[in-house]
Design a protein around this ligand. Structure first.
Ligand SMILES: Nc1ncnc2c1ncn2[C@@H]1O[C@H](COP(=O)(O)OP(=O)(O)OP(=O)(O)O)[C@@H](O)[C@H]1O
Ligand SMILES: [Mg+2]
Length: 161
């Protein structure tokens, strides 16, 4: 699915489409992982906020850049998740930091939905069957292109970590 967004509400519509996919998706044996990949300011955090709202999160979702990892309780019975995790891998120095955050335990719980900005920086630590979102700046100042790749979270071209 490809969305062209010119506003917050357009990005919200794309986020609601993903919420609908997540609602219908069979529950896995591990956490559902969504990778958000794209340049600075391309709209990753904005999308996370809109998705959190679509899932019924009431708390304000700010950028986790200084916290690395935030979590929110999900109580919406429409969705098969109990907790939303929002990780920003931009400032992670190495994968050991993920270990320190208890990341593998988070990934092992099928009740978790894990959203990861800059996921390409930690991709070898992630399951291969996640959902991958690509964000691009468009021509206009407020134009963003959002690609939702449901099948897997793999990169098309492989490159070493
Ligand atoms: N159509 C749009 N969709 C999303 N954000 C938009 C759009 N138009 C303008 N913006 C603005 O672009 C900025 C996107 O910032 P955001 O923090 O979401 O990007 P990011 O990809 O998370 O960046 P970073 O890599 O620094 O974490 C926000 O200031 C937002 O208001
Ligand atoms: Mg961000």
């Amino acid at each position: 699915m490809i969305f062209r967004s010119n506003s917050l509400s357009d990005t919200g519509a794309a986020a609601r489409s993903l919420a609908e996919v997540l609602r219908k998706r069979p529950r896995g044996r591990q956490a559902a992982v969504v990778s958000l990949i794209g340049d600075l300011g391309s709209g990753k955090t904005t999308f996370v906020k809109q998705l959190a709202a679509a899932l019924g999160v009431r708390a304000r979702v700010s950028s986790p850049t200084f916290l690395l990892l935030r979590s929110f309780k999900l109580r919406n019975p429409k969705f098969p998740f109990k907790k939303l995790y929002h990780l920003d891998a931009y400032r992670l120095k190495n994968k050991e930091e993920l270990v320190a955050l208890g990341f593998s335990k988070i990934l092992s719980d099928p009740g978790n939905l894990v959203l990861i900005e800059w996921a390409d920086r930690v991709k070898s630590a992630l399951p291969k069957n996640g959902i991958r979102l690509d964000f691009y700046h468009g021509k206009g100042e407020n134009e963003r292109i959002i690609k939702i790749n449901i099948k897997n979270g793999k990169r098309k071209t492989s490159s070493p970590d």
